[in-house]
Design a protein around this ligand. Structure first.
Ligand SMILES: [Mg+2]
Length: 315
């Protein structure tokens, strides 16, 4: 499927702007539009509506950027509007799915234009046309967030209850693409903020000067995959240097960053290492990283060229 055409009233939001009512965006609408956009699928609007009401509402919700064409007319049937979209874009009917809460509109478009038509209360279901893996992980994430929002106990109890399980291991070659990607895409939980090409990461991996440890996370809702990494320069047997340390923001508050540091400390404790140094290059996003070093038992060291150093002395 190359494109999706959305109805608005009672589809993307609850209520009808046609009558000038105030409407409420469905809980999942923004996330769905964003995810489909990320997949490179073109999105359009086809609405039987007052044009000014539609544009005003779309702008108020901040949705304009997701739609390539917005058709909002009163005197034209939906099949004609959609045919116009196909004519303007060169899309074929079989490449398009039209989502509309009104059965008669769907039937008309199916018979006269020939594109796929569908509607389900839960908008997440439309992901089945594009990417089922993403649908699965979005559903997991939603269940998780719902659960977390309703939880009133302590953080620790929460993590135990959801069977939060972190696995740390040494990186393998097959994980290099994911490791590179994670370093390049993480902002909030990224200490030194280095970005890498695949080749640069491979050079690090193969050099023998570094060890890369990676973290995996699972909980009762599903599998997060590889979501954290720490790259340590071990070329000086007595003094290790943490070159990079980052964790996916999706797993903030799950203890992954702390666990990575703890593992490095544990291994340092039983080897010839006397000192482990880490560094944070702070900006507006990664302010949590310094305090995380401190919490893990590192002491604040010098600041040099924007680099804030944190030191762990092995006893
Ligand atoms: Mg509708």
């Amino acid at each position: 499927m190359k494109a999706i055409i959305w109805d608005l009233d009672e589809t993307l939001w609850v209520g009808t702007v046609y009558h000038g009512e105030s409407v409420k965006l469905k809980q999942e609408t923004k996330e769905i539009l964003k995810q489909i956009d990320k997949l490179g699928i073109d999105q359009y609007v086809c609405s039987h509506n007052v044009k000014e009401h539609v544009f005003k509402q779309i702008d108020e919700f901040g949705l304009r950027k997701y739609f390539k064409i917005i058709k909002a007319e009163i005197g034209i049937e939906k099949d004609d509007m959609i045919q116009q979209i196909l004519d303007e874009t060169g899309l074929l009917p079989e490449e398009v799915v039209f989502i509309d809460d009104t059965g008669i509109n769907r039937e008309l478009v199916r018979l006269k234009v020939g594109c796929h038509v569908d509607f389900e209360e839960d908008l997440y279901r439309v992901m089945k046309y594009f990417d089922t893996d993403r649908l699965k992980s979005m559903n997991q994430q939603r269940t998780r967030t719902d659960f977390e929002t309703k939880w009133t106990g302590t953080r620790k109890e929460f993590l135990k209850l959801v069977k939060n399980e972190i696995t740390i291991k040494e990186a393998e070659e097959s994980e290099l693409p994911r490791i590179t990607n994670l370093a390049n895409r993480t902002n909030d939980l990224n200490a030194a903020r280095s970005r890498y090409t695949m080749q640069e990461m491979r050079d690090i991996f193969e050099s023998g000067d570094y060890v890369i440890w990676v973290a995996y996370l699972t909980d009762q809702f599903g599998d997060y995959g590889l979501i954290g990494e720490i790259i340590v320069n071990v070329s000086d047997a007595k003094h290790w240097f943490i070159k990079d340390w980052c964790v996916s923001c999706r797993t903030m508050g799950r203890g992954v960053g702390t666990e990575l540091l703890r593992s490095v400390k544990e291994i340092a404790n039983v080897s010839a290492v006397e000192k482990v140094t880490g560094c944070v290059i702070p900006n507006d996003d990664n302010y949590r990283m310094g305090p995380m070093y401190i919490k893990a038992g590192f002491k604040k060291g010098k600041v040099e060229d924007e680099k804030h150093y944190y030191i762990y002395e092995v006893k």
